[in-house]
Design a protein around this ligand. Structure first.
Ligand code: PEP
Ligand code: MG
Length: 578
């Protein structure tokens, strides 16, 4: 048995057979002169390969959500560009050499031209051209590239890295787990894996020499451990854990369709956090009351600054999927750990990016970006029950400035006779100590609050939420964070504005109860967590939960409180109502 420690990007435990995706290198292409009279049939060969590639990308458009579909639509356009095809045909006829050579050289030439433009959007398109016409060359050469299509269902996929189109493909295939050399917790693949509950571990270097296809693997997504051909003891231990997880999932499935209620029937709202329109479907399946946080930066992290039209399509999709259920869409929260390619902005140059020009600060500094997003949001507003949320507020002026831009956008839309809803509520995230302390004032300007416990804890305790060295210090139950939350809840109650919590704190049963004891009864969590929270709620009466208030409001340290909560959870579960 070999064991490897990777970095977990999606939890859960899986056991199964490995499928190792070999690193693919295209054979070098020779410049082969055409035999006299064969130019037409060689061009025909190219046409067939192009057609096959077109069909491949078209099939991906049909299977994917609108955001990904837009990427593949661009690929299809590239494959059908009459100018480029005309140039290829001309060179093919003039040079009289095989189509592979012409395609490779013309695509490289075109890509070099785009790269030298200095425009980040065009530079990215250069990679797309090489990718798209590379696939045409593979089809021309009849190359048997081992692609994601050959990954058997149920396999544990081990690969050096995966491209965006591979990631889409894999989300359709029922994979048991994914292990990668290169990856990132915020990558599109990681988000998909978490959404669909597939364990994902990355950071396993030299993966192809460590793992072979058909090896038996155990992937522990909770701690990033990989066991290759596990011994009997490890295998038996994990079989038990996997059976436990399966039994738990089955028990929880019954709660998806039920409304969230305490044991004595008090209603609680549980919304979903999503990063794309497609995830809204999953949120519905998992029984969400609506969308409590749509992190729109994930759209931008994939493709840089996306157009108003593409944003509009994505927001409209979510609203249509959710019908009359509320949908909170958060404006671009770029910066910090969420890097978006914006021309003229270099996040890397900031000494303290988490304290730098990110989120609302960036958007107010670049009002064109902000206004484009507001236009897309207001245009989509007529398709459902939209609420707009502003991230990382530290100052009431930021809310006022954003609202002024919204008024400008509304006036523009009106002048253009574009329909929109006038009364879209504009709320804010309470995720900085400044916002929590000033919540009473902010509540007069904001239509609603949503507590971002991840950043509130990060900034409140001065602990980088991504730093493994200080992970032990990151604790939402710290009395200082509890105090900020209680203060925020009181301010929201006083001004009678809705309050929710959309940070990870809400997804933990004990912490959700602590939040409820502060008077909060609306939460937004990852779709896969919804059922377990509903199940937890069903064990407690409102009175029992309210009784936790004394602990919540006390200066008790986080660890002592955690112990008391553990005892509370298990005691009440075991003994029924007390
Ligand atoms: C938060 O900070 O708690 C939050 C929900 O926002 P994000 O995790 O996207 O920063
Ligand atoms: Mg945040």
């Amino acid at each position: 048995m070999n064991t490897f420690q990777g970095i977990s990007a999606s939890g859960g435990i899986a056991k199964g057979k490995a499928f190792v995706l070999p690193v693919y290198t295209r054979k070098s292409i020779e410049k082969i002169p055409l035999e006299p009279g064969t130019a037409a049939s060689d061009w025909e060969r190219f046409e067939k390969a192009r057609q096959k590639t077109l069909e491949y990308f078209q099939s991906l458009i049909d299977q994917t959500n609108s955001r990904q579909a837009a990427i593949f639509q661009t690929y299809v356009l590239m494959l059908s560009d009459p100018d480029f095809l005309g140039q290829l045909k001309k060179e093919h006829a003039e040079q009289s050499v095989c189509a592979e050579w012409i395609v490779e050289n013309k695509a490289k030439e075109y890509a070099d031209m785009l790269r030298s433009s200095g425009d980040s959007y065009l530079i990215e398109r250069a990679e797309d051209i090489l990718d798209v016409y590379g696939k045409v060359i593979d089809n021309l050469m009849g190359d048997v590239q081992v692609s994601c299509e050959s990954v058997p269902e149920g396999a544990i996929l081990a690969a050096r890295f995966l491209s965006p189109s591979d990631a889409v493909f894999l989300s359709k295939r029922k994979l048991t787990a994914v292990i990668l050399d290169k990856g990132a917790a915020n990558s599109h693949l990681a988000i998909l894996a978490r959404t669909y509950g597939i364990p994902l571990v990355f950071g396993i270097h030299d993966i192809e020499s460590l793992i072979r296809t058909e090896d038996v693997l155990i992937v522990d997504g909770s701690n990033g451990m990989i066991f290759v051909n596990p011994d009997e003891k490890t295998s038996a231990e994990y079989d038990k854990k996997i059976a436990g997880e399966a039994a738990e999932r089955e028990k929880l499935a019954a709660f998806s369709a039920k409304a969230a209620r305490t044991k004595d029937g008090i209603a609680v709202k549980i919304y979903a956090n999503i990063g794309s329109a497609e995830e809204a479907r999953l949120a519905l399946e998992e029984g969400a009351d609506g969308i409590g946080l749509f992190r729109t930066e994930f759209l931008f992290m994939q493709s840089g600054l996306i157009s108003e039209e593409r944003q509009f399509e994505e927001y409209r999709s979510v609203l249509e999927i959710m019908k009359d259920k509320p949908v909170v869409i958060r404006t671009l929260d770029a910066g910090g750990d969420k890097i978006v390619d914006i021309p003229g902005v270099s996040f890397e140059e900031e000494k303290n990016p988490l304290l730098g020009c990110r989120a609302i600060r960036l958007c107010l500094k670049m009002p064109d970006i902000f206004k484009t997003q507001f236009r897309a949001l207001f245009r989509a507003s007529v398709y459902g029950s939209l609420k707009i949320m502003l991230p990382l507020i530290t100052d009431i002026e930021q809310v006022r400035e954003a609202k002024a831009l919204i008024e400008e956008v509304k006036a523009e839309l009106k002048a253009e006779h574009i329909p929109f809803k006038e009364d879209v509520p504009v709320g804010i995230m309470i995720e900085t100590p400044a916002a929590a302390i000033m919540a009473d004032e902010l509540a007069k300007e904001a239509a609603f609050f949503s507590i971002g416990s991840n950043d509130l804890t990060q900034y409140g305790l001065c602990v980088d939420r991504e730093n493994a060295q200080t992970a032990g210090l990151f604790n939402e139950l710290h009395p200082a964070i509890r105090r900020l939350i209680v203060q925020t809840a009181k301010a929201a109650q006083k001004e009678e504005i809705p309050l929710s919590v959309c940070g990870e704190m809400a997804a933990d049963k004990a912490r959700m109860l602590v939040l409820m004891s502060a008077g909060i009864n609306s939460f937004s969590v990852s779709p896969k967590k919804i059922a377990s929270l509903k199940e937890c709620l069903s064990h407690f009466t409102a009175e029992q939960i309210e009784a936790l208030k004394d602990w919540t409001e006390s200066p008790m340290d986080a660890h002592s409180l955690q112990e008391k909560l553990n005892a509370f959870l298990s005691g009440t579960h075991l003994n029924g109502a007390q």
